[in-house]
Design a protein around this ligand. Structure first.
Ligand code: MN
Length: 428
């Protein structure tokens, strides 16, 4: 006797205008479909696939029945795309899990086509059951890419298998013995492109209610970028076998191999990229977003934002202070110089300073002939003064010096010869 509890959530995300994902949640059948194709194609494909799957599985609710249901869903989507020019090229991913009876034993049958994923979460451990049918995943399997590189690879959206894009479909199938306390997550790539394994684990291990967990997962992916439609279905095994650890929990239904961890994949097909030009070719915006996300993961968004802000404030302050210092230094200085035999007052530093060149602020009308020759070398070199008034004062003074009669007392009145003789030192 197995009892399941489930919850599901789906969101259009922050970038796409329509939600082409679709979640299915019944008492014994659960699925996620991520539709694609121009116009309404994606929405139509995921809807047709889910409806056909539900109907076919209802007629034959067994493990084999589930695999057959995927095949008939493929036929339905393919037929519609052939009949309707607007829908040509549409397709969808599909991953589904169903509780079925096999010879009196409860078994979970799990199927997958495309790059939506099914995970098993148990004892704090998250395991991806399904294998992505994407070009990036194929490149990982062939050793051309590391999983980390694949997560941001521009071709990660290109599928090597999808439902409804050709008359036949190759379906990956697993059979799983349900164990009390384990949890299954079915999701579209919109969730896993935004959240890493640790983030999935954090939610799955802390949020007990499956509906609340699905809601939180979708909300987290949306907050993290939401560059695609996001869908999650969480299924909990409430009553089931105790975990004895002796029997592999997951095994393939189709022949293929079973790996030592108990998880298996069909592992034999060598998928070719599908020739469906419209399907999820990553656009420039997707690539930019992925790059940005990569940088964010590297350094942490909040940290870089704060540091950038601090740096900008300091930078502006330093540059501003420097600029105003230089400006102050230049505009608060004057000198008297000579230009075409006329004494001229300049603002600025003699010879200029940095980008400031001296500016002529006053022609004095005083010529070099009006001042004593002894002053000329000094004036030609420039005589600095701190203010304009002081510079003007200097000009007035050197001019007066040249005309002693008008300014200074005559030498005769100030040189009494008598006193000089009388004050000659008298020694005893
Ligand atoms: Mn998607």
């Amino acid at each position: 006797m197995t009892v399941l509890r489930s919850g599901s959530a789906s969101d259009v995300g922050l970038v796409r205008s329509t939600n082409q994902d679709l979640a299915l949640e019944t008492s014994s059948l659960f699925a996620v479909a991520d539709g694609m194709g121009g116009h309404a194609g994606g929405e139509v494909a995921s809807r047709l696939a889910i409806d056909a799957l539900t109907a076919a599985f209802g007629r034959q609710p067994t493990g084999v029945g589930l695999a057959d249901a995927v095949t008939s869903a493929n036929a339905v989507v393919w037929a519609h795309s052939q009949e309707n020019a607007d829908l040509r090229g549409m397709g969808t991913t599909l991953t589904a899990v169903a509780l079925v009876d096999e010879g009196g034993h409860d078994v979970l049958a799990l199927v997958n086509v495309g790059d939506s994923r099914s995970y098993r979460f148990h004892d704090g451990e998250l395991t991806q059951i399904t294998k992505d049918h994407s070009l990036a995943e194929e490149m990982v399997l062939s050793g051309e890419l590391t999983p980390a590189e694949a997560a941001f690879h521009p071709h990660r959206h290109i599928l090597t298998r999808a439902l409804g894009v050709s008359p036949d479909v190759d379906v990956d199938v697993w059979r799983i013995r349900p164990i009390r306390g384990e949890r299954f997550l079915l999701c579209s790539d919109g969730l896993t492109n935004e959240l890493g394994n640790n983030q999935l684990i954090e939610v799955l291990s802390t949020v007990a209610d499956p509906q609340a967990a699905a809601d939180l997962l979708v909300r987290a992916a949306r907050t993290h970028g939401g560059s695609d439609n996001i869908t999650a279905v969480v299924i909990d095994v409430i009553v089931g076998d105790e975990d004895t650890g002796s029997v592999p929990a997951v095994a393939t239904m189709s022949p293929a191999f079973v790996d030592p961890t108990g998880l298996a994949s069909d592992g034999v097909s060598t998928p070719q990229p599908l020739a469906v030009p419209e399907i999820n070719i990553p656009n420039r915006r997707d690539r930019r977003r992925a790059k940005r996300r990569e940088r964010r993961r590297d350094r942490g968004r909040r940290l870089i934002t704060f540091r950038t802000l601090l740096f900008m404030v300091l930078f502006v302050a330093i540059v501003g202070a420097g600029y105003y210092s230089v400006r102050w230094y230049n505009t608060n200085s004057y000198y008297v110089g000579v230009n075409h035999n006329e004494l001229v007052i300049y603002q600025g530093r003699i010879g200029g300073f940095l980008w400031y060149k001296p500016v002529e602020v006053q022609r004095t009308g005083v010529t070099t002939a009006d001042v004593l020759a002894t002053y000329l070398p000094e004036i030609e070199a420039g005589v600095p003064e701190s203010t304009l008034a002081k510079a003007q004062n200097y000009v007035t003074n050197v001019r007066k010096t040249a005309n002693p009669t008008t300014v200074l007392p005559t030498p005769n009145t100030t040189a009494p010869t008598t006193t000089t003789t009388t004050t000659v030192p008298g020694t005893p």
